[in-house]
Design a protein. Structure first.
Lengths: 400, 354
C-alpha cells in the first residue's frame, strides 16, 4: 500500500515559464508572473492582476502546428504543450508500446471560445466548429489526439480547484490496480471572462499582487496554466531503465461538506484530506519535510488551511509556502502545477519562497517560508482545495 | 479482490422511472427532437426554499441520490462519485449570457457558484453531511463510466464499502439551440416508435439522472454484480467486435454467453452502424435491447442503460418496448452494455445476476 508510484516525466506551461526549466528558473530567482491581462478582453482589466501565459491563441496554434480548421480551445492548447513536454522528458518514443491513458482536470474547458462566440454561433458558420469543443472532456480528447493515444482510458475530472490533484490520485490508483501501465496526469485551465467575472462577483480577487498567508491579504490573482506528469508502473521503469524523478507516495480526498464555495473555519475537509494522504503514504506528520500549500490568498482559504495544517502538524510544522504569488491561482490546473513544483523541490532540495508576505495573520503564529531555502527534502505534501467542498492532498517522495 | 454489487438504483428520466416498484409499465409517448425529464415530487425530498435555488440538474441529482440511498438502506457512504458531460448548463448559460448582455456589470454570484461541474456532488455531500471522497468526472459520454470505474476500484481494494455513483445531465436552452445548428439534434420530430429507423442524422436530446449505490457487500436489495467497466477514447468501427470479444475473454466469457446486450442506438443514421454491425454480427443471436427512444440522448444517459440492465437482471423480465429482436432468454445471467457517442468515447459495462 505504501509503495509510491513512479513519476518519470513532467511538463508545464504557466505565467512564469513555458517549460519545466523556465519555471524552475523563475521560482529560484523569485520572478513572479503576475501582470494585467492581455489576452482576454475584459472591462475588469484595470481592477485585477492575473498570471497569464503571454502567447496569443494564434501563437499557440502555430507552436502546435494545428491546421487552420482546428477547433482547439485555449485550454486544450495549453494542455497539449505541457503534455508533450512531459512525454518527451520521460524519454517516451513509442506511446503505443505500453497501455497508456490520460487523466486531466479542467474547470473552464472550452468556455473561452463559448463566451467569445456565444451569440455569434447562431449566425456565423465559421465559429460553429467550437460548439463541440465547449465540454470539459474535449480538451482531454484533444491532448490524447496530439499524443496519439488511442483506444484507451482517457478521462477528465472537474472538482473545481482540486481537479488536477484528483487526476494525480486517480492516475496512481489506475497504475496500482493494473488498469494502465502508464498514465499522463495533470490539468489545464485558461483564463476566461467567465472565471474572471465569477470570482469578481464573489469579491475574492485582489486588485494587486496576491499575498498568501498575510494578515492583509486581499484575495487571489487568477492564473492560467497546464501541467502534466507521467506515471509509470515499476515494470516499465525497470524494462525501460527510466530515471524516476519522484514518487506519488500518498493521496487523500475529502469533502468539507460545509458550504458550496467557502471552507469551514477549522478546515475539516482539508484536515481529513491530509490525514488520509499520510495514512496512504504510511508517514507520520513529522516525516513531511515541506508543505506546498494551496494558499490562494483569500481571507477564507488561508485561515481555514492554516488551521488545518496546525491541526495535523502542531508543533512539528515543517516549512510551508504557497507558490500562488508566482503563478496566480490556476484553478483546475493548480494541483498539477504545484505537483511539478513539489517534484522540483525534491530534485533540487530547495524550498520555494512564499512571495509578498509581510504581516503574520492574527489568528495563529505560523509564518510561511519567505526566502529560498536549501534543505534536504525527502517528502513534500501538496494541498489543493476547491468549490463544492473538495479537498485534496498529495504526498510526493524522493524514495519509493 | 472483493466483488462489487449494485445494491440500489434510482432514475429520473423522460419516462416515469423514479418509482422503483414499476418497470416501464406505462410509457410516455413523445414526438419531438428534445425531451425533458419528468419531475418527481421534489418537495418530498427537498425543502421548497432550497429547491427554488436549485437548477433542475441539481434537484434531479439530489433527489435521485436520496432514492438510491433509501433503497440501499444506508445513511452514508464512503464516496460520492458523479459524472456529467455538460455540467450545470442552466447556471452556466445564465452567467455567460449575463456577462455578455450586461457587459460584465451588475453580476451576482449565484449562477457562477452553481455552474461548476461538481455542484451536484457537492450538494449531495452537503445534504448528507458526508465528508468522504467526492469526485466528478466530466468526459462526455464516458463521464458516468469513469465514475463507475473509480467506485469499482475502491470497492475491490476494500478502500470503500459503499459508494454512491451517478450521472446527471440537464438541458440548457442556448446549448440546445446551438447543437441544432450543427445537426447533433434531429432535424424533425420523431415518435419514439420511429427513432430506431428514423434514417436522419442527430439524436433526440434529453436530460435526466441515474444514481446507484454500489458496495462490496451484497445486500437484500441487490440488482446485479458489476463485473467489469472499460472505456475507450477512440475506437474504429471495424475494431468494435474484436474489442468486445477481447473484453469478454478477459472476463472468461464468449459472445454466445451474453444473455442480453444493451445498445446505445439513438437513431443517428451516421453512428448507429457501430451497434448494427454487432446486431448482425457477433451478437446476432443475443437478445438486444435499447432505450434511447424512450429517454433520449445525453452525455450520461448510458447510466440509464446500466439502470435498464440492472432492472432486467433483478426482475428477470424484459419490457417489450426495449426489445430490438425477439430471442427471449429464459434465464438472464449476464448482460453487456455498449455505448458510444458520435463515434467517440466508447464504453463497455458487464453485469451479472447476483
Amino acid at each position: 500500500m505504501s509503495k509510491g508510484i513512479a513519476i518519470t516525466g513532467m511538463g508545464i506551461i504557466s505565467a512564469i515559464g513555458n517549460n519545466v526549466a523556465e519555471n524552475y528558473d523563475a521560482l529560484i530567482n523569485e520572478r513572479k508572473g503576475i501582470t494585467r491581462v492581455d489576452n482576454v478582453e475584459t472591462i475588469q482589466r484595470d481592477e485585477i492582476m492575473v498570471g497569464e501565459v503571454k502567447f496569443t491563441n494564434s501563437e499557440l496554434i502555430a507552436q502546435l502546428d494545428l491546421p487552420p480548421d482546428n477547433n482547439y480551445s485555449r485550454t486544450a492548447m495549453l494542455g497539449a504543450i505541457a503534455a508533450k513536454e512531459a512525454i518527451a522528458s520521460a524519454g517516451i518514443t513509442d506511446i503505443k508500446k505500453f497501455k497508456t491513458g490520460i487523466v486531466s482536470g479542467t474547470s473552464v474547458g472550452g468556455m473561452d471560445m463559448t463566451e467569445k462566440c456565444y451569440y455569434e454561433y447562431l449566425t456565423e458558420k465559421k465559429f460553429q466548429k467550437y460548439i463541440e469543443s465547449h465540454h470539459a472532456g474535449d480538451s482531454t480528447q484533444k491532448i490524447a489526439e496530439q499524443l496519439e493515444i488511442e483506444e484507451s482510458l482517457v478521462t477528465t475530472i472537474s472538482t473545481a480547484c482540486s481537479s488536477a490533484a484528483n487526476a494525480i490520485m486517480l492516475g496512481a490508483r489506475l497504475i496500482k490496480s493494473g488498469k494502465l501501465d502508464r498514465v499522463l496526469v495533470g490539468g489545464a485551465d485558461c483564463l476566461s471572462k467567465f472565471t474572471i467575472n465569477g470570482f469578481k462577483t464573489l469579491m475574492i480577487l485582489s486588485d494587486t499582487f496576491n499575498t498568501p498567508f498575510d494578515e492583509n491579504r486581499k484575495g487571489l490573482n487568477l492564473g492560467e496554466a497546464a501541467a502534466f506528469l507521467v506515471l509509470e508502473s515499476d515494470e516499465i521503469v525497470k524494462a525501460e531503465n527510466r530515471k524516476v524523478l519522484a514518487y506519488v507516495k500518498g493521496y487523500g480526498n475529502a469533502n468539507d461538506a460545509f458550504h458550496q464555495t467557502a471552507s469551514s473555519d477549522n478546515g475539516d475537509g482539508a484536515t481529513l484530506a491530509m490525514e488520509k494522504a499520510l495514512k496512504v503514504a504510511e508517514l507520520k506528520p513529522s516525516e513531511i519535510d515541506y508543505i506546498n500549500a494551496h494558499g490562494t490568498a483569500t481571507g477564507n482559504n488561508d485561515l481555514s488551511e492554516g488551521r488545518a495544517i496546525l491541526r495535523i502538524f502542531g508543533e512539528e510544522l515543517p516549512e510551508f509556502s504557497s507558490t500562488k504569488a508566482y503563478t496566480g491561482h490556476t484553478l483546475a490546473a493548480a494541483g498539477a502545477i504545484e505537483a511539478v513544483y513539489s517534484v522540483l523541490a525534491l530534485q533540487n532540495n530547495v524550498i520555494f519562497p512564499n512571495l509578498n508576505f509581510k504581516t503574520p495573520m492574527k489568528e495563529f503564529s505560523i509564518i510561511p517560508q519567505t526566502e529560498l531555502k536549501k534543505k534536504e527534502l525527502k517528502t513534500v505534501l501538496s494541498n489543493s482545495f476547491g468549490f463544492g467542498g473538495n479537498c485534496s492532498a498529495v504526498i510526493f517522495s524522493k524514495e519509493a | 479482490m472483493k466483488k462489487v454489487y449494485i445494491n440500489s438504483i434510482a432514475s429520473i428520466s423522460p419516462q416515469k422511472t423514479f418509482d422503483n416498484t414499476i418497470f416501464l409499465d406505462e410509457i410516455t409517448d413523445y414526438n419531438d427532437t428534445v425531451i425533458f425529464a419528468q419531475d418527481p415530487d421534489y418537495k418530498q425530498y427537498i425543502p421548497p426554499a432550497a429547491a427554488r435555488r436549485m437548477a433542475k440538474g441539481i434537484k434531479m441529482g439530489v433527489v435521485a441520490s436520496k432514492i438510491a440511498m433509501e433503497e440501499a438502506g444506508i445513511e452514508t457512504v464512503d464516496a460520492i462519485i458523479t459524472g456529467t458531460g455538460m455540467g450545470c448548463m442552466i447556471d452556466s448559460e445564465k452567467f455567460v449570457s449575463a456577462i455578455i448582455d450586461n457587459n460584465e456589470q451588475y453580476l451576482t454570484p449565484t449562477s457562477f457558484i452553481q455552474s461548476t461541474h461538481n455542484t451536484v456532488a457537492g450538494q449531495i455531500a452537503l445534504g448528507m453531511e458526508c465528508k468522504a471522497y467526492n469526485f466528478t468526472y466530466v468526459h462526455s459520454a464516458i463521464s458516468f463510466e469513469s465514475a463507475l470505474l473509480d467506485a469499482k476500484m475502491q470497492l475491490e481494494s476494500d478502500e470503500a464499502e459503499h459508494v454512491l455513483v451517478g450521472g446527471v445531465e440537464e438541458l440548457g436552452e442556448h446549448t440546445t439551440k446551438v447543437h441544432r445548428l450543427i445537426n447533433h439534434i434531429k432535424p424533425e420530430a420523431v415518435a419514439i416508435s420511429k427513432v430506431l429507423n428514423s434514417k436522419t442524422e442527430g439524436a433526440v436530446f434529453s436530460e435526466g439522472t441515474n444514481f446507484f449505490v454500489v458496495s462490496n457487500e451484497r445486500k437484500e436489495s441487490c440488482y446485479a454484480e458489476l463485473v467489469a467497466v472499460e472505456t475507450f477514447n477512440t475506437l474504429q468501427k471495424e475494431k468494435v467486435s474484436e474489442t468486445i470479444e477481447t473484453f469478454l475473454k478477459e472476463n472468461n466469457l464468449k459472445a454466445a454467453e451474453i444473455d442480453v446486450v444493451v445498445f446505445g442506438n439513438n437513431g443517428d443514421v451516421d453512428f448507429d452502424s457501430f451497434y448494427n454491425q454487432l446486431s448482425e454480427g457477433i451478437l446476432s443471436k443475443t437478445q438486444q435491447v435499447f432505450y434511447k427512444h424512450l429517454v433520449g440522448e445525453n452525455n450520461t444517459v448510458s447510466a440509464f442503460g446500466v439502470w435498464l440492465a440492472s432492472k432486467i437482471l433483478k426482475t428477470q423480465t424484459i419490457p417489450e418496448i426495449v426489445k430490438i429482436n425477439k430471442i427471449n432468454p429464459s434465464d438472464i445471467k449476464t448482460v453487456l452494455c455498449y455505448n458510444q457517442y458520435r463515434g467517440q468515447n466508447h464504453s463497455l459495462v458487464l453485469l451479472k445476476k447476483c
